[in-house]
Design a protein around this ligand. Structure first.
Ligand code: PLP
Length: 392
């Protein structure tokens, strides 16, 4: 709420600002023009870019283990395909992503009508919220989990119900089921969960699904699916094939290393996907992204290498965290949560000075924890050396 109106109206801001209080009044005046609820949303906090850290600290080399990116670069097949297609970007992309949809449908053994592509999975998440959430309806998610779920739902005026993870950091599906009300429309289940790295098992998910009423849609975010080793991990697409109210969302950003070019997709019943298609941006998935994803789907060799390097890195982290006496959460993804037992804001700053960027977990109210992406062998080693020095 605004305490007093801006003294000279919005147009008067060009006069020199008397003080920060005056500036705050102008901010509040403009926020009054926002759609209801937007002003109270906290913006997504991305991992700190390497360029910023290098500039700020005068470093020439920085290791970024903050955004769960692919340390081996992009899929070579995707890269080659992009290079060969650069001179076609004067043409709009195929808005329907026909070639990519056909290939993926075959690969996944699903109805092509039940697939939608977008500008990264993040764009899919906001499209899901836009398509299904009415003002005042409820969306349930784990806490902590991926913040885009909350941002997209609140932007639609929905109420966000956050259910704390269990003491073993696994998403609490029993508690989520208890949180379902007649107003619940969407549940975003991040499996594996970001940032905890844990999974819900097939048995847990199926029991959960069986308890959901028909007015609820379950969104399974499987951004890190390819890194999962646990045989109890469910195949989300089985629920789509069985005609359940389930949407599965995935990305080419992680295992295929295409985060910078933006391509993600959702699979669901064609009737649900049809609703999303009505309101998607006409050309959300750019031309090079489609070409890259099409080629990446044939790059099994790269995928296997990425998964193997990640597994080795994850094991190395466990071994080193054990040696340093630091608690951590066993992960099914390409990142690991570790308790540094120190103020993570300070550790984050100190690590940057050593040329390493991690994700400080105070953003998820875990003031001594860090989420660290698995890098190459050299990057992981540099991080551990820096961490040991910083904590000493
Ligand atoms: C759980 C989860 N879902 C979705 C995304 C978004 O992926 P994309 O790069 O395709 O937008 C991320 C990215 O970090 C993620 O961690």
């Amino acid at each position: 709420m605004i305490g007093a109106p801006a003294p000279v109206g919005l147009q008067g801001e060009n006069t020199p600002l008397a003080n920060t209080e005056r500036r705050r009044l102008f901010v509040l005046e403009r926020e009054k023009l926002f759609r209801k609820g937007i002003a109270s949303i906290k913006a997504y906090v991305p991992g700190k870019p390497m360029e910023d850290v290098m500039r700020e600290l005068g470093l020439t080399e920085v290791v970024k283990l903050a955004s769960n990116e692919n340390p081996l670069g992009p899929s070579p097949k995707a890269l080659q395909a992009i290079k060969e297609s650069l001179d076609s970007i004067n043409y709009y992309p195929d808005g329907a992503c026909l070639a990519l949809t056909q290939k993926l449908a075959q690969r996944l053994d699903v109805d092509p009508e039940g697939i939608i592509f977008a500008n990264g999975e993040d764009n899919i998440i906001s499209l899901v919220s836009k398509t299904f959430l009415n003002e005042g309806e409820e969306m349930i998610m784990a806490d902590p989990s991926f913040s885009s779920f909350e941002i997209s739902a609140r932007a639609m005026g929905a109420k966000v119900i956050k259910v704390p993870v269990r003491s073993d950091f696994v998403t609490d599906l029993n508690a989520m089921l208890t949180a379902v009300t007649p107003k619940t429309k969407l549940i975003f289940l991040c499996n594996p969960n970001n940032p905890t790295g844990t999974i819900n098992t097939r048995q847990e998910v199926e029991k959960f699904l069986a308890g959901l009423p028909d007015h609820v849609i379950l969104v399974l975010d499987e951004a890190y699916k390819e890194f999962v080793e646990d045989p109890a991990y469910p195949e989300g697409l089985d629920y789509v094939r069985a005609g359940k109210n389930v949407l599965v969302s995935r990305t080419f950003s992680k295992v295929y290393g295409l985060a910078g070019i933006r391509v993600g997709f959702a699979v669901g019943h064609p009737d649900f996907i049809g609703g999303m298609k009505r309101i998607r941006e006409a050309f959300a998935t750019n031309r090079l992204a489609q070409i890259a994803a099409l080629a990446a789907l044939d790059d099994d060799e790269f995928l296997q290498r990425v998964v193997a390097v990640n597994k080795e890195g994850r094991e190395y982290f466990y071994q080193e965290f054990d040696r340093l006496g630091l608690p951590y959460v066993k992960s099914q993804t390409n990142y690991v949560m570790v308790d540094t037992k120190k103020d993570i804001r300070q550790v984050f700053e100190d690590l940057q000075r050593e040329g390493v960027i991690i994700r400080p977990a105070y953003i998820w109210d875990m003031p001594t924890w860090a989420r660290v992406s698995v890098g190459t062998r050299e990057e992981n080693k540099k991080f551990i050396q820096a961490l040991e020095k910083v904590l000493a």
